[in-house]
Design a protein around this ligand. Structure first.
Ligand code: GLN
Length: 195
């Protein structure tokens, strides 16, 4: 059976775990290095990227996680998880580190600050269909390298369209929270990346 880890240091772990389980995979809560080893895929949930970054380092998980990502472990990061997967940040805090799995610059809190959340209709570019996204203090992708595929775009508070879901190799990132909807397309895409 496919084993999908959910990084469980902080954030909306439970919702991702429930969605992964509903798709028939085994779910592992990941807090230790040993729990990283047997995974077929990993989810980095939403939450607070600055805290998640500090906890990754405090739990000595940062280096082993970087190694697994470099090795091609399929990964999905949502919201704070998207921030964690970025190479560069706009509006990061002093000393904030990311994992750099996707060559993109992500703007933190682009869709609003602190408690702001919004429901946004977005375009799922893979087939041109509509998708409903819940954005909570969400980032967007400010810029990216040419090999990053844009999976979804949405109109921001600035009236412009921005990438809000991307994929590069086996890494997927969404600015919105696919785990708190009944739409399983994003998680299915992750499971489809497992060998
Ligand atoms: N703004 C948060 C951060 O910078 C992300 C918010 C979220 O994950 N819902 O980490």
């Amino acid at each position: 059976m496919t084993r999908v880890g959910v990084l469980a240091l902080q954030g909306d772990v439970r919702e991702h775990a429930a969605m992964v389980a509903s798709l028939g995979a085994d779910v592992v809560s990941v807090r230790r290095v040993s729990e990283l080893e047997s995974l077929d895929a990993l989810v980095i949930p939403g939450g607070e990227s600055t805290t998640m970054d500090k906890l990754l380092r405090a739990f000595d998980l940062r280096e082993p996680l970087l190694a697994r990502l470099a090795d091609g472990l399929p990964v999905l990061g949502s919201c704070a998880g998207m921030i964690m997967l970025a190479r560069d940040l706009v509006d990061g805090i002093e000393g904030q580190q990311t994992l750099g799995a996707i060559p993109m610059t992500v703007r933190r809190n682009a869709f609003g600050r602190q408690v702001d959340s919004s429901e946004v209709e977005l375009v799922w570019e893979l087939d041109g269909s509509q998708m409903h996204g819940t954005f909570i203090r969400a980032p967007w992708v400010e810029s990216h390298d040419g090999d990053v595929e844009v999976l979804a775009t949405a109109t921001g508070p600035d009236g412009q369209r921005h990438p809000v879901a991307v994929r590069r190799g086996r890494a997927i990132a969404t600015a919105f929270h696919p785990e708190i909807s009944s739409d399983t397309r994003v998680h299915e895409l992750l499971l489809g990346l497992v060998d």
